[in-house]
Ligand binder design. Structure first.
Ligand code: CU
Length: 250
C-alpha cells in the first residue's frame, strides 16, 4: 500500500506489475545515461571558446547521432510492446468481475464459484451477486488507512486469472489498483477490459484516478486477495446477506 514519502512503486502483487516495474527501471536507466551525456555535451559546447568556422555539414557525425538514438528507441520499444501485448486480451480468464463506477462509489458484480446459482422469488436465475462499496469514515482506532478504507472490499481469489469489465453510469471515472498493475477509465456507455493474476495474499488499495466531481477523492478501492476457499465463503456470506433465505434455491 502507499506510504508516506514513498518514491517507488508499491510492491507488486501480480506478474504484470512486476514487469511494469522492470520496464520502468529499464527506461529510467537509459534516460539517465542519455540526459547526463547530452547535458555534458551542451555544457562543454556552451563554455568552450573554440569553434570551427567552416563547419556546415558532417556526414559521419550526422549518421552517428541518427543511428544511436534509433538504436536506443528499439531497446525501449521492444520490452514496452511485449508488456503491452502481455497485458491485453487474455483468452481464457477463470472469473469475470464487473466494476461499475458511480458518483461517488463503486459497484462490484462478482461471480459465484462452481456454477452455483440462485433465484430471487421465482424470478431469473443468477450466477453472480452485486454490492456497493462506499468510503468508510476514518477514526484513530480504524484498522485501514485514511481515505482508503471502504465499506465493502473486493475479494479476489489468489493465483487465478481474472477479468474485470469496467464501466460507469454517470461521468468518466478511472479504476486503479497500483499493486495489481490495473488502471483503466470507466466510461459511461462503454465497457473496458482488464486482466489480473494476483499471486500473493493481502489487502491492496486504489482510488478513482479521474477527476470525476467534488467527491472524486472519496471513492477508494479496497481489494482483498484471498484463497479460493475463502472467496467461496465470502460469496456465500454476501449471498445470505442479500437474499431472503426463504426464497433461496440452488
Ligand atoms: Cu471517480
Amino acid at each position: 500500500m502507499p506510504s508516506w514519502m514513498s518514491l517507488c512503486f508499491q510492491d507488486p502483487c501480480s506478474p504484470l506489475m512486476s514487469q511494469f516495474s522492470f520496464l520502468h527501471d529499464h527506461v529510467m536507466m537509459i534516460m539517465t545515461v542519455v540526459i547526463v551525456f547530452i547535458s555534458y555535451i551542451m555544457i562543454c559546447t556552451l563554455f568552450s571558446s573554440f569553434y570551427y568556422k567552416h563547419f556546415s555539414e558532417g556526414t559521419f557525425i550526422e549518421s552517428i547521432w541518427s543511428i544511436i538514438p534509433a538504436f536506443l528507441l528499439i531497446i525501449l520499444v521492444v520490452p514496452s510492446m511485449s508488456i503491452l501485448y502481455m497485458s491485453e486480451d487474455i483468452k481464457s480468464p477463470s472469473l469475470t468481475f464487473k466494476v461499475v463506477a458511480h458518483q461517488w462509489y463503486w459497484t462490484y458484480v462478482c461471480p459465484l464459484l462452481n456454477g452455483f446459482s440462485y433465484c430471487v422469488k421465482g424470478g431469473d436465475v443468477h450466477s453472480l451477486y452485486e454490492y456497493d462499496s462506499f468510503m468508510e469514515p476514518h477514526e484513530l482506532s480504524s484498522d485501514f488507512p485514511r481515505l482508503l478504507g471502504s465499506s465493502s472490499d473486493l475479494y479476489l481469489p489468489v493465483n487465478t486469472t481474472l477479468r474485470f469489465m469496467i464501466s460507469s453510469t454517470d461521468v468518466i471515472h478511472s479504476f486503479a489498483v497500483p499493486s495489481l498493475g490495473l488502471k483503466v477509465d470507466a466510461l459511461p456507455g462503454r465497457i473496458n477490459q482488464l486482466f489480473a493474476n494476483p499471486v500473493r495474499l493481502g489487502s491492496f488499495f486504489g482510488q478513482c484516478s479521474e477527476i470525476c466531481g467534488s467527491n472524486h477523492s472519496f471513492m477508494p478501492i479496497s481489494v482483498k486477495v484471498c484463497s479460493l476457499a475463502e472467496f467461496d465463503s465470502v460469496s456465500t456470506y454476501y449471498l445470505l446477506d442479500l437474499l431472503d433465505l426463504s426464497s433461496f434455491s440452488v
